[in-house]
Each structure stands twice: as structure tokens, then as C-alpha cells.
Design a protein. Sequence first.
Length: 620
Amino acid sequence: MKTIYAALTLSIASFAFSQSKTLEKVEPAFWWKGMKNPELQILVYGKGIANNDISLSNGIQIKDIQKVDNPNYIFITVNTDEINVPKFTINVQKGKKNLGSYSYELKQRNSGSADRESYTSKDVMYLIMPDRFANGDEKNDSVLGLTEKANRSLPNGRHGGDLRGIINNLDYIQNLGATAVWLTPVNEDNEKVYSYHGYAQTDLYKIDARYGTNEEYRNLSRELNKRNMKLVMDYVTNHWGISHWMIKDLPAKDWIHWFNDGENGFKRSNYKTTTQFDTNASDIDKRSALDGWFDKTMPDINQKNPLVLKYLTQNAIWWIEYAELGGFRVDTYPYNDKEAMAKWAKAITDEYPKFNIVGETWLYTAGQISAWQKNSKTGEAAGYNSNLPSVMDFMLFGDLPKALKEKEGWNTGLIKIYDSFTSDFLYPDINNVMVFFENHDTERWNEIFKADPKAYKTGLALIATVRGIPQIYYGSEIGMRGDKEKGGDADIRRDFPGGWKSDQRNAFNPSEQTAEQKEFFRFTRKLLNWRKGKEVIHNGKTKNYVPQDGIFTYFRYNEKEAVMVIINNNEKDETLNLKRFEESLKGFSKGKEVISGKEFSLQNTMTIPAKTPLIIELEE
């Protein structure tokens, strides 16, 4: 590792540039006509390219040429509204000698592209780690030119899951009731080891060949769109991989964050992103949180650099337009420069007004989390507007398992869930908050509760019926477990059974599922498919009743209908006195439970089975 860092230090200190061609790379490789922001920045890379003359064909004017410390880069700015040809040539010349040319294309946008739909509270998001889901093309398991080869016997190695495997199993995901698919990053991650997770990207414009191609990624999006489903890209602005081609030959020292007092320039983040809004925080703590690296293999990107910010903004828009995306999830959002990211989010949502972006806001109080949502009053109090449409409800995530495991008390048990919801007033758009009980970085829910179907049903019933956008993690719908504490990240990212030809049982096929898997799957499928058509759940109001005697009851309602949700966390059946809920039950005489189909009278009392959620559609 020290050898890698010595080389990087040398690159920054002396700009020991690669022996590349005069014109080796152009990014973005093409663009589109008709964008709301017509200004396009084109990165052109090649050996000593800044020492030459640059011209464009067809009399096209260059608005600006920016050179940086490294003469292997130039950044050309053009106004696409002033270009009336579909293609033009970028020429690199030395006097009269042409050293290289590139044919640049301005494509036509798809009809309605700017007005594309994105995920909302009507959706349920299904999170997949592609390397661990399904291997649809064994020929791309190991690829020439990419360092790490497939080895399914290694817990932290490449296992061979790919885009084709996901496409092959879209019927399963659709049948389950999910309507949006979030993939952990699939761009090239060409690190030597532990590259399967994708968060140390080495090329932002290329799908990792072990997953497939750019075209295959777009095809996945189109196949989802045909099913009225959406593809959500996991976008990483905070860090790249140490093997990224631009990190190996930095455009400028301030492209990344660097510490003179660190180990070869490296210093790990203190991970205290609460400093972003702490008005009393010390500068050294704030800098350590924001500029420190996540890991030695993940250089921290400097979004304050205008060229970097423009590069990240255009790359994000390029993927939306090219792959016909239906949304972003942004990794480690509070670790970025917040002012720069506000510009990034605004540029994207200006271009696509309905486009949703959820930030990974891993904080534990509603005050801290809500400050990151667009138009937040808590953010405004700190003089900031993130322009970020959606945030992740880590407060609810943190409280859920405690609430179900703790003994009921004044401030323990189900009251934790209720207290989490009492902070909803802090969010400017509470329906656009992501709710979840696990993801690819956390302990598996079914591990916490030892694959108890009742605990799974309770957790899913809650996130599927409260305000916000529910997110579920692949495999939990068939009872998959994984012990992060003992087995590390690899154990919570196990291969989906049936995703490989050698698997003994194919859980993608309901007829091959075990009895245990069937119980988890059938509940999930029935609940999520019911939820699809329930406007009262998507955008209805909420009425909470303070938990009593180990039972939490709340209502979702609008002018047309109402749903009563009851969670009994006791080890025994309980009798619920319905008189307390009179204000919400007025006008209703009976109800039908969504999962069982059982009918209930709403007179006097109701028996609630032990450790069971009931979701009751109310009827007159």
C-alpha cells in the first residue's frame, strides 16, 4: 500500500505524467442538444495536450479553454445552443501539423426526457448488490484488463453476479411488488481486491465489464421501464478509487484532498459529519470529517474545485440521459462539501424537475437528518438549502429493532417508534423520505431477529404503511440472514440462492422455495402488491396513537378511505379497546385485514394476535 501512495505523492509533487497519446480521452464522449443548460465542458486528455493548439470544425466557437497544472489536460467549454450540426471535430494541432482529432456528436434527446418520472412514495425500492444477486453471463466473470478475477470461494471476492442476471430475474422482482430497483455502483472498479462493492470507482463513464456493458445497463433500465418500474443509480461524489485513471495522473493537486501531516498525504476521516451543522465545531474537526479519506483506496474528491464539480454534474446528467434513469441514491452525502453539492443537486433537478435524489444521510436525529432535505427549516436556520429532494430516515432505522426487542417502558419499546414520528414536522416533504430497516451496510434484519417471520412481518408492515418511500434489501423477502459482526460485510451480502447454475435450489422460483422462504416471500408479495394501488398509503395523512401496553396503532387516511395499522409487540394475544380510536373510526363499522382477508367488527374490542401486525382496510 505504501508503494501505491509513494507513487501518488510523486504524481502530485512532480506531475510525472503517463506516456499517453496526444489525444487519448474525451469526456463526456458525446452529449445532447436541447438541454436547459447549453454550456458543455469537454475534458480532453493526452500527453502534453495543453502545449498544443485546439480548434473545432464547422466554425464552432470555443467559449473558454481552461488549462490546469498538468499539461495532459485541457477543458473546453462550448455553447451547444450555438452548434447547428450533429457532429463536429475537435482538432489538436502543432502549427500546421494535426496531432489528433475526435469526432464529437450532439445527439437528439428522447421525447419527454426532461419531464421523466422518478421514484416517489408510490414506489417500493428493491436494493441489489449486483455481484451477489445472479450470474447471467459466465463469460464476463473475469475480464482481461481488469485486475480482480472471479472467485466465489472468497467471501470478499468477485462472485460473478451481473446485469444480465438481474435482467433475467425481473419477473421475480416485479412479482414481488417492487417498483424501483437500486443497484449498488456498477461503474468500473478496477482495484486489486475487494472491488465487488463498486464504491471505489475507476471510470465514471464505463460500466464495469464484469457486470456487462453500458448498453446492457441501458437495456436493464428500458426493460424496467416497460414494466412501469425504474432504475436508480447509486452515485458516488465523495470519493473515487485509487486506481482511477485521473487519480493516477491528477489534473491538479487540488483535485483531491491532501494532508501535509498525513501518511503520504492520506488521513482518514473522523466520520463526524455532525460538524457540518455544528455552529460551534472546530475547523480541524470539520476538515477531518469532510476532507479525510474513507479509506486508503478511496481518495477524497474536492467538490469545491469548479472543474471537479462540473465534471461530476455532467457525468450525473450524462447517465440520466443515456441510461434513461429513474433516480439517484447518493452515497455518503454529508461527507461532501455541502455548498458544492447544493449546486450539483440543483443543476440536476433544474434539468429534470421530477427527478428524485435521495442522500445517504447517516445521522440519528430528525433535526440532523432533516437539515439535508430541500427547503428544510433546520437547514435554513444554519443558512443552508441543500436542494436535495429526499433523505434517508436513519432515525427510524436505528429505533426500529430496539423498539421491537426492548421491554415496554416509559421510554423503551414501541414508544421509540412513536417518538421517531413526532419529529415529522421538521421535514419539508415527509412523504419523500426513504424508510427502511436494513441495507447493504447494516446488520441483516433477519439476523437480528434470528429469522423470526413474525419480526420480519412486523418490520415490513410498518415501513410499507408509514409515510415515505419503503426500501427493502435483496434476499430478506426469503428470510436471508448474515452476521456483520462475525462475518463482516461479506456475510450481509451473501449470494442469492438460485443466482448461479451450481446452486442446489432456485429461490427465484416460488415453487422451489423452502417452506420457510415461502412464508417470508408470500407475505412480502401480498403486502407490496396491495400497496401499489393504495393512494391513502402513498400520500395520505397519518394519525398516531401513543403506544399502550405493548401495542402501537396508527391510521393512514384521506377523504376517500382509511387504513388502520395495529402492531402487537407482546408475547401473548391482547384485547384492544376500540373506544380510544373513536375519532378515527367514526363512520366505519367493519374492516378487512389485508394479508389474511379476515373481517373485523369495529365495535367495542378487537383481539390482536401476539407479535403480529394487522393492516385493516376500514369499511362503512
